[in-house]
Write a protein that binds this ligand. Structure first.
Ligand SMILES: CC(C)(COP(=O)(O)OP(=O)(O)OC[C@H]1O[C@@H](n2cnc3c(N)ncnc32)[C@H](O)[C@@H]1OP(=O)(O)O)[C@@H](O)C(=O)NCCC(=O)NCCS
Length: 312
């Protein structure tokens, strides 16, 4: 990765980059090298983090809603990135139920892009993944986001899956009655229901959890797995955050139509406005079933990329 790196005693990594390598128009020719600093976000950083989110031009705004969750209830830093003392980027590493590292909310103010801050964040992610004992790091990005994917690839991550989301707006949907016999599973019941059927990813709020027994146990522990023992059916249903915006449905097994009807009716019963189902693009049965129920595709597919933390 470009630039010299030295470890700052208190704040983490400090990078210095000669200006000759910088492409951004804010760089002044012949000026001293820029200093890049990554450090953990503090509560008072929230307004500036939201400003950076806006200024990255990603077209999504959720930091204000998740900041408290990210900084208080997850393992892994929500970090701020500074260029020459200016807060210019944000990024989050979260250790998921199965011990993997999930890289999310990486945003660099458009005026500072191309100056090495994204690479500095990846360096910090790798360092923290090693510290937390995470054997693998994953992220998702839009299938057409070449910069984000290129940056991930530069850091050893490769595309392992492609997904498509479909959403149902509940106020306009034809609502089925709540199928009887489903209940919220304990971790043990959930693991038994999915035994031998784990594959791919489970997506809630664009967080792609590897489908494995640890993930199922963790999701069930948080009340997000429902089972219907009579028909051998199970599904993941819930929200990682921003529950008020709606629920996410994943990994239906057994009587899949029954699972989908339950998910729709349950979301409506909770008086939530939307249900989203994100599935691998090679799934042959879900798109048709979801379309028949009134779900509409999200504008673009997404890719999941994964790789080991780089040796630091
Ligand atoms: C993606 C993003 C975080 C990158 O941050 P950044 O500070 O500009 O990144 P850096 O300058 O450290 O590194 C850019 C690297 O991306 C890669 N890259 C840039 N343009 C690329 C392209 N067109 N094709 C492939 N790779 C490309 C290169 O590896 C480049 O490094 P290099 O210049 O040494 O070759 C930033 O562009 C951003 O905030 N985008 C909007 C939000 C976003 O898309 N977030 C990603 C998660 S969804």
């Amino acid at each position: 990765m470009g630039g010299k790196i030295r470890v700052h005693a208190h704040f983490g990594l400090v990078f210095t980059r000669p200006l000759a390598h910088n492409k951004n128009k804010l760089c002044r020719k012949g000026a001293i090298p820029i200093a890049i600093l990554i450090k953990r976000a503090l509560p008072e950083d929230l307004p500036e983090c939201c400003r950076v989110e806006q200024a990255s031009n990603i077209g999504l705004a959720y930091v204000a809603d998740v900041f408290d969750h990210f900084t208080r209830y997850t393992v892994g830093d929500f970090s701020c990135g500074y260029i020459d003392g200016q807060l210019a980027g944000i990024g989050k590493l979260t250790r998921l139920y199965d011990g993997s590292a999930w890289l999310e909310t990486l945003r660099v103010d458009a005026r500072y892009q191309g100056r090495g801050l994204g690479k500095a964040f990846y360096n910090r992610f790798s360092q923290q993944a090693v510290e937390l004992g995470c054997p693998v790091m994953r992220m998702y990005t839009g299938a057409s986001n070449v910069v984000s994917a290129g940056l991930a690839r530069l850091n050893g991550l490769e595309v392992v899956a492609q997904h498509q989301g479909m959403t149902l707006d509940l106020p306009t949907a034809h609502l089925p009655g709540l199928p009887e016999g489903f209940y919220m599973a304990t971790p043990r019941e959930a693991m038994a229901a999915y035994a031998g059927q784990e594959s791919g990813f489970i997506c809630l709020n664009r967080t792609f959890y590897a489908h494995n027994p640890d993930t199922i146990a963790g999701l069930a522990g948080d009340g997000r797995v429902f089972i219907h023992p009579e028909t051998g059916s199970a599904l993941v249903l819930g929200a990682r955050f921003q529950r008020f915006k709606g629920l996410h449905l994943a990994a239906p097994i057994g009587d899949i139509e029954r699972c989908l009807r339950f998910a729709v009716a349950y979301t409506a019963a909770e008086e939530l406005p939307r249900l989203t189902c994100t599935f691998a693009t090679d799934n042959t049965y879900l798109p048709g079933l979801l379309t028949d129920m009134g779900f509409v595709p999200e504008p673009a597919p997404t890719v999941v990329m994964e790789g080991p933390p780089a040796a630091t």
